[in-house]
Design a protein around this ligand. Structure first.
Ligand SMILES: Nc1ncnc2c1ncn2[C@@H]1O[C@H](COP(=O)(O)OP(=O)(O)OP(=O)(O)O)[C@@H](O)[C@H]1O
Ligand SMILES: [Mg+2]
Length: 420
Protein backbone atom coordinates (compact mmCIF):
# COMPACT_ATOMS: atom_id res chain seq x y z
CA UNK A 1 0.00 0.00 0.00
CA UNK A 2 1.57 3.29 -1.06
CA UNK A 3 1.66 5.92 1.64
CA UNK A 4 1.17 9.60 1.09
CA UNK A 5 3.46 11.60 3.35
CA UNK A 6 2.85 15.32 3.78
CA UNK A 7 4.69 17.94 5.79
CA UNK A 8 3.86 21.37 7.14
CA UNK A 9 5.79 23.88 4.99
CA UNK A 10 8.34 24.73 7.70
CA UNK A 11 8.63 21.24 9.20
CA UNK A 12 12.26 21.02 8.05
CA UNK A 13 14.96 23.67 8.44
CA UNK A 14 16.09 25.20 5.11
CA UNK A 15 19.34 23.20 4.95
CA UNK A 16 17.47 19.98 5.84
CA UNK A 17 14.92 20.73 3.13
CA UNK A 18 17.66 21.32 0.56
CA UNK A 19 19.28 18.01 1.51
CA UNK A 20 16.02 16.07 1.35
CA UNK A 21 14.98 17.67 -1.96
CA UNK A 22 18.32 17.04 -3.67
CA UNK A 23 18.09 14.48 -6.46
CA UNK A 24 21.89 14.13 -6.74
CA UNK A 25 23.13 10.54 -6.81
CA UNK A 26 25.52 11.49 -3.99
CA UNK A 27 24.73 14.22 -1.50
CA UNK A 28 26.06 15.31 1.88
CA UNK A 29 24.79 17.44 4.72
CA UNK A 30 27.78 18.79 6.65
CA UNK A 31 27.11 20.92 9.72
CA UNK A 32 28.49 21.86 13.10
CA UNK A 33 27.42 19.76 16.08
CA UNK A 34 23.68 19.66 16.59
CA UNK A 35 22.94 21.17 13.19
CA UNK A 36 20.03 18.80 12.60
CA UNK A 37 21.84 16.18 10.51
CA UNK A 38 20.52 13.00 12.11
CA UNK A 39 16.97 14.35 12.07
CA UNK A 40 17.22 14.88 8.29
CA UNK A 41 19.05 11.57 7.85
CA UNK A 42 16.26 9.58 9.48
CA UNK A 43 13.63 11.23 7.28
CA UNK A 44 15.72 10.72 4.14
CA UNK A 45 16.08 7.05 5.03
CA UNK A 46 12.39 6.70 5.82
CA UNK A 47 11.39 8.14 2.43
CA UNK A 48 13.91 5.95 0.62
CA UNK A 49 12.70 2.87 2.47
CA UNK A 50 9.19 3.58 1.22
CA UNK A 51 9.85 4.91 -2.25
CA UNK A 52 13.31 4.05 -3.61
CA UNK A 53 12.41 0.59 -4.88
CA UNK A 54 13.73 -1.97 -7.36
CA UNK A 55 11.75 -3.49 -10.21
CA UNK A 56 10.02 -5.84 -7.78
CA UNK A 57 8.75 -2.78 -5.93
CA UNK A 58 10.96 -3.35 -2.88
CA UNK A 59 13.59 -1.06 -1.42
CA UNK A 60 16.93 -2.40 -0.24
CA UNK A 61 19.06 -0.05 1.83
CA UNK A 62 22.12 0.03 4.04
CA UNK A 63 22.59 2.46 6.88
CA UNK A 64 26.08 2.86 8.26
CA UNK A 65 27.03 4.30 11.66
CA UNK A 66 30.55 4.35 13.16
CA UNK A 67 29.46 1.59 15.58
CA UNK A 68 26.36 -0.56 16.15
CA UNK A 69 25.83 1.07 19.52
CA UNK A 70 25.66 4.49 17.87
CA UNK A 71 23.21 3.09 15.33
CA UNK A 72 21.04 1.76 18.14
CA UNK A 73 21.23 4.97 20.12
CA UNK A 74 20.77 7.50 17.35
CA UNK A 75 18.86 5.76 14.58
CA UNK A 76 16.87 2.65 15.42
CA UNK A 77 14.42 4.01 17.95
CA UNK A 78 13.43 7.22 16.10
CA UNK A 79 13.25 5.29 12.82
CA UNK A 80 10.94 2.64 14.26
CA UNK A 81 8.85 5.43 15.79
CA UNK A 82 8.37 6.89 12.31
CA UNK A 83 7.22 3.50 11.00
CA UNK A 84 4.78 3.35 13.94
CA UNK A 85 3.59 6.86 13.32
CA UNK A 86 2.62 5.95 9.74
CA UNK A 87 1.19 2.59 10.85
CA UNK A 88 3.69 0.53 8.92
CA UNK A 89 4.21 -2.99 10.28
CA UNK A 90 7.83 -3.99 10.62
CA UNK A 91 10.15 -6.60 12.01
CA UNK A 92 13.38 -5.62 13.68
CA UNK A 93 15.97 -8.35 14.08
CA UNK A 94 18.51 -6.76 16.40
CA UNK A 95 20.98 -9.65 16.04
CA UNK A 96 21.02 -9.38 12.27
CA UNK A 97 20.67 -5.59 12.45
CA UNK A 98 17.83 -5.83 9.96
CA UNK A 99 14.60 -3.85 9.75
CA UNK A 100 12.03 -5.19 7.28
CA UNK A 101 8.57 -4.06 6.26
CA UNK A 102 6.27 -4.59 3.30
CA UNK A 103 8.27 -1.80 1.56
CA UNK A 104 11.63 -3.49 1.72
CA UNK A 105 14.71 -4.15 3.81
CA UNK A 106 17.05 -1.92 5.73
CA UNK A 107 20.31 -3.29 7.07
CA UNK A 108 22.55 -1.54 9.60
CA UNK A 109 26.32 -1.73 9.39
CA UNK A 110 29.21 -0.27 11.32
CA UNK A 111 31.95 1.74 9.71
CA UNK A 112 34.40 0.18 12.13
CA UNK A 113 34.23 -3.14 10.25
CA UNK A 114 33.55 -2.24 6.61
CA UNK A 115 34.74 -5.61 5.23
CA UNK A 116 31.67 -7.19 6.86
CA UNK A 117 29.36 -5.33 4.50
CA UNK A 118 27.99 -8.04 2.27
CA UNK A 119 24.99 -8.10 -0.03
CA UNK A 120 24.09 -6.49 -3.29
CA UNK A 121 21.54 -4.76 -5.45
CA UNK A 122 21.11 -1.82 -3.13
CA UNK A 123 18.70 0.97 -3.92
CA UNK A 124 20.13 3.36 -1.32
CA UNK A 125 22.99 3.73 1.12
CA UNK A 126 23.27 6.30 3.92
CA UNK A 127 26.10 7.19 6.32
CA UNK A 128 25.71 9.16 9.57
CA UNK A 129 28.82 10.55 11.32
CA UNK A 130 30.89 9.43 8.34
CA UNK A 131 34.00 11.52 9.10
CA UNK A 132 34.42 9.81 12.48
CA UNK A 133 35.64 6.70 10.66
CA UNK A 134 39.32 6.24 9.81
CA UNK A 135 40.23 7.32 6.31
CA UNK A 136 40.85 3.71 5.34
CA UNK A 137 37.49 2.46 6.64
CA UNK A 138 35.68 5.35 4.93
CA UNK A 139 37.44 4.43 1.70
CA UNK A 140 36.55 0.72 1.92
CA UNK A 141 32.93 1.45 2.86
CA UNK A 142 32.51 4.03 0.12
CA UNK A 143 33.96 1.77 -2.57
CA UNK A 144 31.92 -1.22 -1.43
CA UNK A 145 28.82 0.93 -1.51
CA UNK A 146 29.43 2.35 -4.96
CA UNK A 147 29.86 -1.19 -6.33
CA UNK A 148 26.60 -2.42 -4.83
CA UNK A 149 24.26 0.44 -5.68
CA UNK A 150 22.72 -1.24 -8.70
CA UNK A 151 19.28 -2.24 -7.42
CA UNK A 152 17.46 0.19 -9.70
CA UNK A 153 18.14 2.85 -12.30
CA UNK A 154 17.78 5.52 -9.69
CA UNK A 155 19.90 4.93 -6.59
CA UNK A 156 21.01 7.26 -3.81
CA UNK A 157 24.05 7.57 -1.62
CA UNK A 158 23.91 10.16 1.14
CA UNK A 159 26.13 11.30 3.96
CA UNK A 160 25.64 13.44 7.02
CA UNK A 161 28.55 14.39 9.22
CA UNK A 162 30.34 17.01 11.24
CA UNK A 163 33.59 17.65 9.37
CA UNK A 164 36.90 16.34 10.70
CA UNK A 165 39.43 18.44 8.81
CA UNK A 166 40.36 17.38 5.30
CA UNK A 167 38.95 13.90 5.73
CA UNK A 168 36.96 11.64 3.40
CA UNK A 169 33.95 13.93 2.92
CA UNK A 170 36.29 16.74 1.92
CA UNK A 171 37.94 14.41 -0.60
CA UNK A 172 34.64 13.30 -2.14
CA UNK A 173 32.68 16.54 -2.09
CA UNK A 174 35.42 19.15 -2.52
CA UNK A 175 38.63 17.65 -3.95
CA UNK A 176 37.04 15.10 -6.31
CA UNK A 177 34.02 17.14 -7.30
CA UNK A 178 35.16 19.34 -10.15
CA UNK A 179 32.04 18.69 -12.20
CA UNK A 180 29.81 19.42 -9.22
CA UNK A 181 27.98 16.12 -9.62
CA UNK A 182 28.09 15.58 -5.87
CA UNK A 183 25.84 17.91 -3.90
CA UNK A 184 27.25 19.38 -0.69
CA UNK A 185 25.01 21.28 1.72
CA UNK A 186 26.59 23.05 4.68
CA UNK A 187 25.13 24.62 7.81
CA UNK A 188 26.10 25.85 11.27
CA UNK A 189 25.02 24.64 14.70
CA UNK A 190 23.32 28.00 15.13
CA UNK A 191 21.10 27.27 12.11
CA UNK A 192 19.15 24.82 14.30
CA UNK A 193 16.75 26.76 16.54
CA UNK A 194 15.63 23.54 18.27
CA UNK A 195 18.85 23.19 20.26
CA UNK A 196 18.62 23.91 24.01
CA UNK A 197 19.52 27.50 24.86
CA UNK A 198 22.81 26.76 26.62
CA UNK A 199 24.07 24.26 24.03
CA UNK A 200 25.76 26.83 21.77
CA UNK A 201 27.20 28.65 24.81
CA UNK A 202 28.67 25.35 26.02
CA UNK A 203 30.35 24.73 22.68
CA UNK A 204 31.74 28.25 22.59
CA UNK A 205 33.03 27.97 26.14
CA UNK A 206 34.84 24.72 25.48
CA UNK A 207 36.40 25.21 22.07
CA UNK A 208 39.16 27.35 20.64
CA UNK A 209 38.84 29.41 17.46
CA UNK A 210 39.72 26.62 15.02
CA UNK A 211 37.48 24.10 16.74
CA UNK A 212 34.60 26.58 16.69
CA UNK A 213 35.06 26.90 12.92
CA UNK A 214 34.93 23.14 12.51
CA UNK A 215 32.53 21.90 15.16
CA UNK A 216 30.11 24.86 15.24
CA UNK A 217 30.37 26.42 11.81
CA UNK A 218 30.77 23.11 9.99
CA UNK A 219 33.83 24.31 8.04
CA UNK A 220 36.62 22.06 6.81
CA UNK A 221 39.63 23.09 8.90
CA UNK A 222 42.94 21.59 7.86
CA UNK A 223 45.14 20.83 10.85
CA UNK A 224 47.62 18.55 9.08
CA UNK A 225 51.20 19.73 8.79
CA UNK A 226 50.45 22.69 11.05
CA UNK A 227 51.56 23.58 14.58
CA UNK A 228 50.10 20.95 16.92
CA UNK A 229 49.66 23.45 19.78
CA UNK A 230 48.46 26.28 17.57
CA UNK A 231 46.85 28.20 20.43
CA UNK A 232 50.11 28.48 22.36
CA UNK A 233 51.56 31.96 22.56
CA UNK A 234 54.49 32.49 24.90
CA UNK A 235 53.57 36.16 25.35
CA UNK A 236 50.18 35.16 26.66
CA UNK A 237 50.77 31.84 28.41
CA UNK A 238 54.25 32.06 29.95
CA UNK A 239 54.68 33.94 33.22
CA UNK A 240 57.02 34.09 36.14
CA UNK A 241 54.96 32.40 38.85
CA UNK A 242 57.73 32.00 41.39
CA UNK A 243 56.19 28.76 42.62
CA UNK A 244 59.47 26.92 42.46
CA UNK A 245 61.30 29.47 44.60
CA UNK A 246 58.51 29.96 47.09
CA UNK A 247 59.52 29.41 50.69
CA UNK A 248 56.97 26.68 51.09
CA UNK A 249 56.73 24.39 48.10
CA UNK A 250 53.20 23.33 47.11
CA UNK A 251 52.13 20.08 48.69
CA UNK A 252 49.47 19.02 46.18
CA UNK A 253 50.97 18.40 42.78
CA UNK A 254 49.81 17.13 39.41
CA UNK A 255 52.19 15.57 36.95
CA UNK A 256 52.09 14.31 33.39
CA UNK A 257 54.62 11.64 32.40
CA UNK A 258 56.04 10.20 29.20
CA UNK A 259 57.98 6.95 29.62
CA UNK A 260 60.28 7.32 26.67
CA UNK A 261 63.69 6.03 27.84
CA UNK A 262 65.72 8.85 26.35
CA UNK A 263 64.54 11.29 27.43
CA UNK A 264 62.14 10.30 30.16
CA UNK A 265 59.96 13.36 30.77
CA UNK A 266 57.56 14.77 33.32
CA UNK A 267 55.81 18.10 33.85
CA UNK A 268 54.87 19.30 37.31
CA UNK A 269 51.83 21.50 37.91
CA UNK A 270 49.52 22.93 40.51
CA UNK A 271 45.86 23.74 40.17
CA UNK A 272 44.71 27.20 41.14
CA UNK A 273 41.26 28.73 40.42
CA UNK A 274 40.47 25.82 38.10
CA UNK A 275 43.63 26.61 36.12
CA UNK A 276 46.54 24.30 35.55
CA UNK A 277 49.90 26.00 36.07
CA UNK A 278 52.84 23.94 34.82
CA UNK A 279 55.84 25.24 36.73
CA UNK A 280 58.50 22.56 36.55
CA UNK A 281 59.80 19.98 34.11
CA UNK A 282 61.92 16.92 34.72
CA UNK A 283 63.87 15.53 31.76
CA UNK A 284 66.18 12.56 32.34
CA UNK A 285 68.49 11.22 29.64
CA UNK A 286 68.87 7.47 29.30
CA UNK A 287 66.80 6.81 32.32
CA UNK A 288 64.01 4.72 33.76
CA UNK A 289 61.00 5.02 36.01
CA UNK A 290 62.92 4.22 39.21
CA UNK A 291 65.28 7.14 38.64
CA UNK A 292 62.34 9.37 37.85
CA UNK A 293 60.72 8.41 41.14
CA UNK A 294 63.94 9.21 43.01
CA UNK A 295 64.18 12.65 41.43
CA UNK A 296 60.55 13.46 42.22
CA UNK A 297 60.89 12.38 45.86
CA UNK A 298 64.05 14.39 46.27
CA UNK A 299 62.60 17.53 44.70
CA UNK A 300 59.17 17.33 46.32
CA UNK A 301 59.51 15.47 49.60
CA UNK A 302 56.23 14.71 51.33
CA UNK A 303 54.04 16.12 48.54
CA UNK A 304 50.74 14.48 47.58
CA UNK A 305 51.25 13.72 43.90
CA UNK A 306 48.79 12.62 41.22
CA UNK A 307 50.30 11.49 37.93
CA UNK A 308 48.68 11.29 34.48
CA UNK A 309 51.06 8.92 32.69
CA UNK A 310 51.26 7.61 29.18
CA UNK A 311 48.77 4.80 29.76
CA UNK A 312 50.72 2.33 27.66
CA UNK A 313 53.07 2.38 30.66
CA UNK A 314 50.62 -0.14 32.12
CA UNK A 315 52.30 -2.77 29.96
CA UNK A 316 55.66 -1.31 29.01
CA UNK A 317 58.71 -1.29 31.22
CA UNK A 318 61.63 1.10 31.28
CA UNK A 319 62.90 -0.71 34.40
CA UNK A 320 64.45 -4.10 34.10
CA UNK A 321 62.47 -6.50 36.28
CA UNK A 322 60.15 -8.87 34.54
CA UNK A 323 56.44 -8.26 35.16
CA UNK A 324 56.88 -4.88 36.85
CA UNK A 325 55.39 -2.10 34.75
CA UNK A 326 56.14 1.60 34.87
CA UNK A 327 52.69 2.44 36.21
CA UNK A 328 53.05 -0.29 38.81
CA UNK A 329 56.26 1.31 40.04
CA UNK A 330 54.63 4.73 40.32
CA UNK A 331 51.80 3.25 42.37
CA UNK A 332 54.25 1.43 44.60
CA UNK A 333 56.05 4.72 45.18
CA UNK A 334 52.80 6.10 46.63
CA UNK A 335 51.63 8.24 43.71
CA UNK A 336 48.01 8.44 42.64
CA UNK A 337 47.54 7.41 39.01
CA UNK A 338 45.03 9.41 36.96
CA UNK A 339 43.27 8.04 33.91
CA UNK A 340 41.28 5.08 32.73
CA UNK A 341 43.98 2.80 31.37
CA UNK A 342 43.88 3.93 27.76
CA UNK A 343 45.35 7.00 26.13
CA UNK A 344 43.06 9.56 24.54
CA UNK A 345 43.34 9.90 20.77
CA UNK A 346 45.95 12.41 19.64
CA UNK A 347 43.18 14.45 18.04
CA UNK A 348 41.05 14.63 21.21
CA UNK A 349 43.95 15.41 23.51
CA UNK A 350 45.45 18.07 21.22
CA UNK A 351 42.00 19.64 21.00
CA UNK A 352 41.87 19.60 24.81
CA UNK A 353 45.24 21.37 25.15
CA UNK A 354 44.42 23.98 22.51
CA UNK A 355 41.02 24.62 24.05
CA UNK A 356 42.61 24.97 27.53
CA UNK A 357 45.20 27.41 26.17
CA UNK A 358 42.53 29.41 24.36
CA UNK A 359 40.24 29.50 27.39
CA UNK A 360 43.07 30.57 29.69
CA UNK A 361 42.90 27.34 31.72
CA UNK A 362 46.54 26.43 31.11
CA UNK A 363 49.59 28.54 31.97
CA UNK A 364 53.29 27.76 31.95
CA UNK A 365 56.12 29.10 34.08
CA UNK A 366 58.91 30.77 32.12
CA UNK A 367 61.41 28.34 33.57
CA UNK A 368 59.81 25.45 31.61
CA UNK A 369 61.93 26.10 28.54
CA UNK A 370 61.69 22.60 27.05
CA UNK A 371 57.92 22.57 27.29
CA UNK A 372 57.71 26.04 25.75
CA UNK A 373 60.02 24.93 22.93
CA UNK A 374 57.82 21.91 22.27
CA UNK A 375 54.58 23.87 22.37
CA UNK A 376 56.06 26.18 19.75
CA UNK A 377 57.69 23.62 17.48
CA UNK A 378 55.80 20.31 17.49
CA UNK A 379 53.79 19.81 14.28
CA UNK A 380 51.25 17.33 12.99
CA UNK A 381 52.13 15.01 10.15
CA UNK A 382 50.02 14.36 7.05
CA UNK A 383 47.85 11.88 8.92
CA UNK A 384 47.11 14.44 11.64
CA UNK A 385 49.27 12.56 14.17
CA UNK A 386 52.11 14.19 16.09
CA UNK A 387 55.20 14.35 13.90
CA UNK A 388 57.92 12.36 15.69
CA UNK A 389 60.71 12.91 13.12
CA UNK A 390 62.70 15.19 15.43
CA UNK A 391 63.58 12.88 18.31
CA UNK A 392 64.35 15.82 20.60
CA UNK A 393 60.83 17.15 20.37
CA UNK A 394 57.39 16.09 21.62
CA UNK A 395 58.19 14.02 24.75
CA UNK A 396 57.72 16.73 27.34
CA UNK A 397 54.66 18.10 25.54
CA UNK A 398 53.23 14.55 25.41
CA UNK A 399 53.61 14.51 29.20
CA UNK A 400 51.81 17.87 29.36
CA UNK A 401 49.11 16.64 26.99
CA UNK A 402 48.31 13.62 29.21
CA UNK A 403 48.03 15.91 32.21
CA UNK A 404 45.73 18.41 30.49
CA UNK A 405 43.53 15.57 29.25
CA UNK A 406 43.22 14.18 32.78
CA UNK A 407 42.04 17.56 34.07
CA UNK A 408 40.13 19.05 31.13
CA UNK A 409 39.03 16.21 28.86
CA UNK A 410 37.18 17.33 25.76
CA UNK A 411 34.85 14.65 24.53
CA UNK A 412 33.13 16.22 21.56
CA UNK A 413 30.24 13.83 21.86
CA UNK A 414 29.76 14.44 25.60
CA UNK A 415 29.38 18.15 25.04
CA UNK A 416 27.18 17.47 22.05
CA UNK A 417 24.64 15.30 23.75
CA UNK A 418 24.46 17.21 27.01
CA UNK A 419 20.95 18.43 27.66
CA UNK A 420 19.48 16.89 24.53
N1 LIG B 1 13.25 20.12 11.76
C1 LIG B 1 13.28 19.87 13.07
N2 LIG B 1 12.18 19.97 13.83
C2 LIG B 1 12.22 19.72 15.18
N3 LIG B 1 13.32 19.39 15.86
C3 LIG B 1 14.46 19.28 15.14
C4 LIG B 1 14.52 19.50 13.73
N4 LIG B 1 15.77 19.30 13.30
C5 LIG B 1 16.48 18.96 14.39
N5 LIG B 1 15.71 18.96 15.49
C6 LIG B 1 16.15 18.64 16.87
O1 LIG B 1 17.39 19.30 17.11
C7 LIG B 1 18.26 18.47 17.89
C8 LIG B 1 19.57 18.24 17.15
O2 LIG B 1 19.30 17.58 15.93
P1 LIG B 1 20.16 16.34 15.40
O3 LIG B 1 20.41 15.36 16.45
O4 LIG B 1 19.52 15.88 14.15
O5 LIG B 1 21.51 17.13 15.07
P2 LIG B 1 22.89 16.51 14.57
O6 LIG B 1 23.45 17.51 13.61
O7 LIG B 1 22.69 15.13 14.09
O8 LIG B 1 23.73 16.53 15.92
P3 LIG B 1 25.15 15.83 16.20
O9 LIG B 1 26.17 16.75 15.61
O10 LIG B 1 25.22 15.76 17.68
O11 LIG B 1 25.11 14.49 15.53
C9 LIG B 1 17.50 17.18 18.15
O12 LIG B 1 16.87 17.26 19.39
C10 LIG B 1 16.46 17.17 17.03
O13 LIG B 1 15.31 16.43 17.36
MG1 LIG C 1 23.72 13.40 14.62
Amino acid sequence: MKKIIKFAPDYFLPHQQEFLDSEAKQKALVTGYGGGKTFAFIWETFMNHLFLVNKEGQSNGWIVYPTFSMAEELFVEPFLMLLDRYEIDYKYNSTKHLISSEYGKLRLYQLQTPHRMVGAELTFLGFDEFDIGSYKNCDIAYKKGVGRLRGSNKTKMYFVTTPEGYHYIHKLFVEDNEEGERHLIKAKSTDNPYLPADYIDDLRKNYDSKLVEQYMNGEFVNLRGSAAYYEFDRERHCKDFGIHNAEKKPQVLYMGMDFNVDPMSAVVAIKRDNKLIMFDEIILRNSNTRQMIDVIKERYPGAYISIAPDQTGGSRKTSAEIGVTDIHLLKQAGFKILGSGTNPSVKDSLNAVNAALYQGRLEIDKRCTALTNDFEKVVRDDAGEIDKKDSNLSHISDAGRYLVWSQFPLYGSAIRTRGR
